[in-house]
Design a protein around this ligand. Structure first.
Ligand code: APR
Length: 240
């Protein structure tokens, strides 16, 4: 870790993490655009859009039921745990694109789920919402109001939950260091968060084995996995 970045981390008041599927890859959850990526096997336009849902709600529900089963069986990895541990030393916020809940299960207490959560469902019509960790015997499940229930996740073409997005921008604009871990930054508006941090002269650190579309604007790129790199970041504080 570059001395100067270690120094920046030590004097930082607030460290914001922007995370994506890559940080859960070492928990056995496939990424979207990586080599083993989900979008290599499925066409996102056939599964992760509101039109796909109304075209074939059973298929979309079956896909989410399958993903939820895998995700609930997965465990947070050393990358998730390192971010949670950092809360012992710093004000840490996690702006995640992931819907797997692994940051919270690792112990992170201030997590903003930009794209929703796979354990949350909501009615397509009324304001019914609920958390679920079991599977449905029959899909699509119906709401008491008689309409279909759906996963409470953000599909392509849908806007992010307004309250979460507003808060995410506030956090990005007020951090001293932003660590971008495990995301290709291919999807907006999450990929604009580093720009807000830069406006506040934050130091941008990228943790990703591959180059991303923002790599040239990053102050320090750590070309390694999050499970290997993030524990080193925490060890800076444990040395003292
Ligand atoms: N550690 C860190 N980064 C990793 C690791 C790892 N172990 N393994 C893969 N990566 C990197 C890949 O190099 C890639 O840049 O993680 C990134 C994953 O990128 P994507 O698969 O595009 O996932 P993400 O950026 O989260 O996608 C954003 O797109 O499909 C939508 O809603 C979905 O939230 C998702 C959004």
């Amino acid at each position: 870790m570059f001395e100067s970045v270690a120094e920046k981390l030590k004097i930082a008041k607030k460290i914001v993490f922007v995370t994506g599927a890559g940080i859960s890859q070492e928990s056995g959850i496939p990424t979207f655009r990586g080599k083993d990526g989900l979008w290599r096997k499925y066409d996102p336009m056939k599964l992760a859009t509101i039109d796909a849902f109304y075209d074939d709600p059973k298929l979309v529900w079956e896909w989410y039921e399958d993903r939820r089963k895998n995700i609930l069986a997965a465990k947070p990895n050393l990358g998730h745990v390192a971010i949670a541990d950092l809360e012992k030393y710093k004000d840490v916020r996690v702006l995640t694109q992931n819907i797997d809940g692994l940051h919270q299960r690792a112990g992170s207490s201030k997590v903003y789920e930009l794209h929703g959560s796979i354990i949350k469902i909501k009615c397509t019509v009324c304001d019914f919402k609920k958390e679920i960790t079991t599977s449905f015997s029959k899909v699509p499940p119906m709401c008491k109001c008689g309409n279909m229930l759906r996963p409470d996740v953000v599909w392509f073409g849908e806007s992010l939950p307004q309250d979460v997005w507003t808060e995410a921008i506030i956090q990005a604009r007020s951090c001293d260091v932003m660590v971008i871990a495990g995301t290709s930054l291919a999807v907006s508006p999450a990929n604009t968060l580093p720009l807000y941090a830069k406006q506040n002269n934050a130091v941008l650190i990228e943790v990703n084995p591959e180059v991303t579309q923002m790599s040239n604007a990053i102050d320090l790129s750590i070309r390694n996995t999050s499970a290997n790199s993030l524990p080193n970041m925490v060890s800076i504080f444990e040395e003292n």
